[in-house]
Design a protein around this ligand. Structure first.
Ligand code: ZN
Length: 256
């Protein structure tokens, strides 16, 4: 009997199975899980915001007077400049436009984190300086990914999941010409720091040097933001440390 067709079939199956198993393994890693929300944001932005109208840039590092700042997503369009900050957090979120600190409740724990609108304000200022654009046409947009629920009324520019797309699309009055959008895209492409690992490391170093408690710090395991936490009880009560914003899915901590 000739087994070669069966062997051929087995090989055919393995050819699918092995990459699939590797892919599933990769997807299960904290790194991938942490980045999936971010990838979905990019995917839906790509699908629903026409690239000819909305020019996209991701992970833009800009120089600021005191170091560098890192912006998740920028959309340049005739309707304005949209600066999107993503927050990968679960649990209940409490906060209002004016509050400096927002609160995350997760099971029975309470965590404070910087009002994302304030955090994004720094990004807007850096962009405004780089582009020389009228601040009126720069719009801050926040989106929470990772399944959190707002328990207080949040401003319209604070969205969930792909809600940021509808917010961006709500601006329909042209304030820039096509040529101006092209010029800004060019200015940003040349004015941004090259998106390399070295740039990222330097950015992290800058943050450490500044030891700015409101600065962004990334989790080395999943890529989400690290937030300042305070030990609630025990012998170390009151001590501060950096904890991953994606807790409890990611339990990375760093000493302060
Ligand atoms: Zn993490």
């Amino acid at each position: 009997m000739d087994y070669s067709p069966i062997i051929g079939q087995v090989w055919g199956m393995l050819a699918w199975f092995i990459p699939a198993a590797v892919l599933i393994g990769l997807l299960k890693s904290p790194w991938a899980k942490g980045h999936i929300g971010e990838l979905l944001v990019r995917f839906f932005a790509h699908r629903q915001l026409d690239e000819r109208t909305y020019r996209r840039l991701h992970n833009v590092t800009l120089n600021t007077p005191d170091g560098t700042t890192q912006i998740d997503h920028v959309f340049l369009s005739p309707y304005g400049i949209f600066v999107l900050e993503t927050k990968n957090m679960s649990g209940w979120i409490f906060g209002s436009e004016k509050q400096a600190q927002w609160t995350q409740k997760l099971y029975k724990r309470t965590f404070k984190f910087q009002n994302p609108l304030r955090q994004n304000y720094k990004h807007l200022k850096a962009l405004e300086a780089t582009l020389g654009a009228n601040p009126e046409h720069l719009h801050s947009v926040i989106t929470f990914i990772g399944g959190s629920t707002f328990k207080t009324e949040v401003p319209a520019n604070v969205t969930q999941g792909i809600g940021f797309i509808r917010y961006i699309q709500s601006f329909q009055r042209a304030v820039f010409s096509e040529a101006e959008v092209d010029a800004m895209l060019h200015a940003l492409q040349t004015g941004r720091r090259t998106p390399t690992l070295a740039t990222h490391r330097e950015h992290v170093q800058n943050l450490k040097r500044r030891s700015d408690p409101t600065a962004e710090r990334q989790c080395p395991r999943c890529g989400n933001e690290l937030l300042i936490r305070t030990v609630k009880s025990g012998s170390k009560a009151g001590q501060q440390f950096w904890g991953c914003s994606w807790f409890p899915k990611c339990r990375t901590i760093q000493s302060f």
